[in-house]
Design a binder for this molecule. Structure first.
Ligand code: 6R9
Length: 561
């Protein structure tokens, strides 16, 4: 825990005018915003694209794409026309309402266009992460017997067609000759008019596979009703105003890239920046400057990498347009928040949610004080509790299972062909959804993440959350990154073991490791100080979202010792 609190910085936030702390809030209030309230006709593509054109905002910039030397802009009208052409191609090739259409494309406007073309004709879109290798692609498409795939020529060697028997048609965005359908070529021959397939709020919209820490990936299916919460969190948590330029750094293959990189900003009619290519501190700062980004959503792993750059690299760029920064995916270390506050003069607003929850549930709103180390408080319309192992609520400051009062608009519709898995999120009955995360809540209702249930360390009867130790380690000047696990120990049950990556200029020496251990002991707690510290060159992370893979650290540890 940390005593320092960062007060709200600026004013003029959307939520400030529309809701006061303590006011009642019902998601029903948001329904008025959508045309289906009267018409009964709904489709996410209509709300994200067509309605803005109908409302006279067709010339507003929808997408602004940057990659190396290339820069491409689509207005809402241009985007609509292209989506319609692509949608016609899909229809001509037999895609119908309810079919799965997988999209395996790099970060590029084509990825947005492919997703909306499928959605507009009522299909369920399955975005695949751009760096997936053939196994990952195959497992996902096979699991729901997908018949359609839109991809890029350069990705085709990772699509093993002979091992995906259900796959009937492969559309590519740049193929000139070959067995596949060139969707870009065919689109040019098709009309830019396309009737929307109206669906029900409960109809399937998208599928994302979550790998979890064990087992086969599970297909999480979301419905069109998600738009209620995705629009509202875009407005109140991301604080999107119509003239904002917004950049979410995630690829749509991760749920963050779909919900907050594609749907939420466009539901709010805001210009979305897309950056092709991989992370590099220079390239990212350049995008922020050149695109004049005002609202920026990224992940702790990226913020930590920016913090680790030598010589205050950010001084070389004009970041003055940015007014709101958010983070998701992993615990946001207090050290990173303080660094950003000192160096960028901006708060980083942590947000918490999951693939299964479909939108943010706990967040640091722009109007609330931030307690670094906490991911914030439940957003309006959401109630959380911390439960013990029998499903009973625990008092403040006691760590237990983080639970959400069911239900909320963007909760998953189903786990594909796995009702038992769906039921497993509700072990104590329908009232509480269990996240599988451990947390405690303080006297003001701020939620402090402690770890995944399966990552918790038990050393001599003390429960230790790996995140607190990792954050403390990061405060030491020598430590760039850290991952902490429980290592089996005959006497103590488990001991705390830390893997660290050193900052440039520090040597892996016994004296330094002792010093780091003493630092945690003096500043956190004796029982939390790692008994073992191992220096490694890189932490294992999830491919899609960059979460530290503690499971891999455990495996590594049992192999080495
Ligand atoms: C959106 C997303 C979900 C899991 C979740 C938790 C971790 C997400 C976090 C966070 C600490 C935060 N997580 N946000 N942990 N602080 N702000 O990440 O979805 O990929 O399904 O992961 O990620 O453990 O349960 P997903």
């Amino acid at each position: 825990m940390t005593a320092s609190i960062i007060p709200p910085q600026t004013s003029g936030h959307q939520i400030e005018k529309e809701w006061k702390e303590g006011d009642p809030f019902d998601w029903e209030q948001v329904h008025d915003r959508f045309t289906w309230k009267e018409s009964g006709r709904v489709n996410m593509a209509h709300e994200c694209i067509d309605r803005h054109v109908l409302e006279g905002k067709g010339d507003h910039i929808a997408l602004h794409y940057f990659a190396d030397e290339e820069e491409v802009i689509y207005t809402f009208s241009e985007l609509q026309a292209e989506i319609n052409r692509w949608g016609n191609v899909l229809k001509n090739h037999g895609v119908h309402k309810g079919d799965f259409v997988f999209v395996f494309l790099p970060k590029h406007p084509y990825c947005h266009i492919a997703m909306f073309a499928a959605i507009k004709i009522g299909a369920v879109v399955g975005p695949l992460f751009e760096a997936f290798m053939e196994e990952a692609v195959k497992d996902r498409i096979n699991d729901c017997e997908g018949r359609f795939l839109i991809t890029d020529d350069t990705f085709l060697d990772r699509v093993k067609r002979e091992e995906i028997p259900s796959l009937e048609k492969v559309f590519t965005t740049n193929e000139k000759h070959g067995v596949n359908i060139s969707i870009t070529t065919e689109a040019k021959k098709n009309s830019d008019q396309l009737a929307t397939e109206w669906v029900d709020l409960e109809d399937g919209l998208n599928i994302h596979y979550t790998s979890g820490s064990t087992g086969k990936p599970k297909g999480i299916i979301h419905a069109h009703r998600n738009m209620i919460q995705q629009y509202q969190t875009g407005r109140w948590v991301l604080d999107l105003h119509e003239d904002d330029v917004y950049w979410c750094t995630a690829h749509p293959g991760w749920v963050t890239g779909t919900v907050y990189g594609v749907f939420a900003p466009l539901l709010n009619g805001v210009t979305t920046v897309i950056h092709g290519g991989r992370f590099s501190a220079e390239a990212w700062y350049e995008v922020l400057e050149k695109a004049r980004v005002t609202v920026w959503y990224s992940a702790p792993t990226a913020f930590r990498m920016l913090k680790a750059q030598p010589d205050h690299l950010h001084h070389n760029y004009d970041l003055s347009r940015i007014r709101h920064i958010l983070s998701v995916g992993e615990p946001l270390n207090p050290e990173v928040i303080h660094w950003a506050y000192e160096n960028w003069n901006l708060r980083i607003h942590d947000t918490w949610w999951m693939t299964e929850t479909g939108a943010q549930l706990v967040a640091n709103l722009p109007t609330r004080a931030i307690k670094p180390g906490s991911m914030g408080r439940p957003i309006p319309g959401i109630e959380v509790a911390v439960l013990d192992d029998h499903g009973h609520p625990l008092p403040a400051f006691e760590t237990g299972h983080l639970a959400i009062k069911a239900t909320w608009p963007s909760l998953m519709k189903e786990v594909w062909k796995n009702p038992e898995k769906f039921a497993s999120y509700f072990p104590y009955g329908k009232e509480w959804y269990l996240a599988g995360d451990l947390a405690y809540v303080d006297e003001d209702g701020y939620v402090f993440f402690q770890g995944r249930s399966d990552d918790m360390i038990n050393s001599s009867g003390e429960r230790i959350g790996p995140f607190e130790v990792e954050s403390k380690l990061l405060e030491h000047p020598a430590v760039r990154e850290s991952g902490v696990i429980g290592k089996p120990d005959e006497i103590r049950g488990e001991i705390v073991k830390a893997f660290i990556v050193l900052n440039d200029g520090f040597e892996n020496e016994a004296k330094l490791l002792q010093d780091i251990r003493a630092f945690v002991k003096a500043n956190l707690a004796a029982h939390a100080a790692p008994r073992e510290i191992e220096v490694i060159s890189e932490l294992p992370k999830t491919q899609i979202s960059g979460k530290v893979l503690r499971r891999k650290l455990k495996e590594k540890d049992s192999v080495c010792s």
